[in-house]
Design a protein. Structure first.
Length: 458
């Protein structure tokens, strides 16, 4: 294949033209030192010959060879002309493969095989089928370390392209979408959990140390990247997931698949997510409930009751679903549904309780913070004994909006505008002065809110 031929070319180019050095003929320690010294200052013209020497007898001497080799070939790729780009790409891939061969215990297979697949895609090595197969290999070998936002996006992009070309079915696109979105949301939870206590410390006026600052910065970068990738994947899915495509697909397959529990689950989940108002959804839920009554069927029955206007019955089903659910992301989704139901009925205290349950399971749900802030702002006139204290509620609402944007970068702009609007309605500097209130002091907010807010130093 073309891909294998290009990669093999790297091995030829990087072999010695005159003599093959054995491990005894190569001073591994000295050569590695020379290579690392040059690589550290990004003098890759000087570094590359030392790397080639290391690869002729010191392949298993040090992991640093491959770590700096990766940096070197990525940098050389950026400045390479068209004629040498694929040569450097093949060398980068060879570096990854040699690392896997020589340091398997210190190499995350999913991460590195995904890097290989990404290098193939970025540099046009192999067909799209070969590139997709390379990502598939990484995914199937080690999903736990397949965490690169860019690789996750490219992986899905390829299955969409292959479906457009008639080489994958629509169901393949949906199945891969579900897998990758679940992966992204799991990573978002992990990063948000890392960030949450550090954000809390900052909000309390406690300075972060260098390690905490770095952790928070990295978490926010990852949250931003995952947010962008999730939006990109949803964009790629596009009209493929609209009811107009889903309904005919599931109507067509229902008779043959009505006893296939896995198929029923996937189909019901997809129609539920899109809120497709079609009899096929009812048929799917009924069939699924008969075949395997579960947390999911309880959730779908809640949706059906909700659509029929029976809110009390819907809440009962949703609560049943949430209590039975073990997956944190799915459970958080159910709690959000219940919270939204209570919020629409102006049962704010109950709504907040369920938003908090959702946030405990999925801290990256910025929209939950936005809703809590909105409910606080809507209650401002009812939750204070004085005009000043009523308006102080808006400071608290703004804090929740700020937090929404920090844990979920996809709504950062909306959250910032919302927080700014709340602060415009809160007491201003002149109000603080005339009210005799000290900046930094705490104001207790009454009624159902039951929280305190610190007076800012405006």
């Amino acid at each position: 294949m073309k891909a294998k031929a290009i990669i093999a070319l790297a091995g030829i180019l990087f072999s010695s033209a005159t003599v093959s050095l054995s491990a005894q003929e190569v001073d591994c320690r000295t050569t590695l030192s020379l290579f690392v010294q040059s690589a550290k200052i990004k003098d890759y013209k000087a570094a590359e010959p030392h790397y080639k020497t290391l690869m002729q007898g010191c392949e298993d001497y040090s992991l640093a060879t491959y770590q700096y080799g990766e940096r070197m070939y990525k940098s050389l790729l950026k400045s390479a002309d068209a004629s040498s780009k694929k040569i450097y790409a093949a060398a980068l891939i060879a570096n990854y493969e040699d690392r896997l061969a020589n340091f398997p215990g210190k190499t995350k297979k999913g991460e590195v095989y995904a890097d290989i697949a990404q290098a193939m895609y970025d540099n046009g090595i192999g067909t799209k089928e070969e590139q997709y197969a390379a990502f598939d290999k990484a995914w199937n070998l080690d999903q736990a370390s397949f965490n690169s936002p860019k690789a996750l996006y490219t992986y899905f992009n390829l299955v969409v392209d292959l479906q457009d070309a008639g080489k994958k079915e629509l169901k393949d696109v949906f199945e891969k979408y579900d897998e990758l979105i679940k992966k992204i949301e799991t990573q978002e939870i992990m990063r948000a959990e890392q960030a949450a206590p550090l954000i809390q410390k900052q909000e309390e006026g406690v300075a972060l140390d260098a390690k905490e600052t770095r952790t928070l910065k990295n978490s926010e970068i990852y949250l931003t990247n995952f947010s962008k990738i999730k939006a990109g994947i949803n964009g790629l899915l596009g009209q493929r997931a609209d009811c107009e495509n889903l309904v005919p697909l599931y109507n067509k397959d229902f008779e043959a698949k009505q006893n296939d529990v896995d198929w029923l689950k996937r189909a019901a989940r997809r129609l539920s997510a899109k809120e497709c108002e079609d009899p096929i959804f009812f048929k799917l839920v009924e069939a699924l409930h008969r075949a395997e009554p579960s947390v999911k069927t309880a959730y779908y029955l809640g949706q059906l009751a909700d659509r029929d206007g029976n809110s009390s019955k819907a809440l009962a089903y949703y609560n049943e679903s949430a209590e039975l659910q073990t997956d944190p992301v799915e459970k958080a989704s159910v709690y959000m549904k219940i919270a939204n139901n209570y919020r629409k009925k102006n049962s704010y205290s109950s709504a907040r309780s369920y938003y908090r349950k959702a946030l405990k399971l999925q801290p990256s749900l910025g929209v939950a913070y936005l809703h809590i802030g909105n409910m606080y702002a809507s209650s401002a006139n009812n939750c204070g004994e004085t005009v000043f204290n009523k308006r102080a509620v808006y400071w608290l609402a703004a804090e929740y909006a700020d937090r929404a944007g920090r844990v979920d970068p996809s709504i950062k702009s909306t959250a910032a505008k919302t927080a700014a609007s709340y602060r415009q309605r809160a007491p201003q500097k002149s109000d603080i002065f005339t009210g005799g209130v000290q900046p930094g002091s705490s104001i207790k907010i009454g009624c159902w809110i039951g929280e305190s807010v610190r007076v800012p130093n405006l």
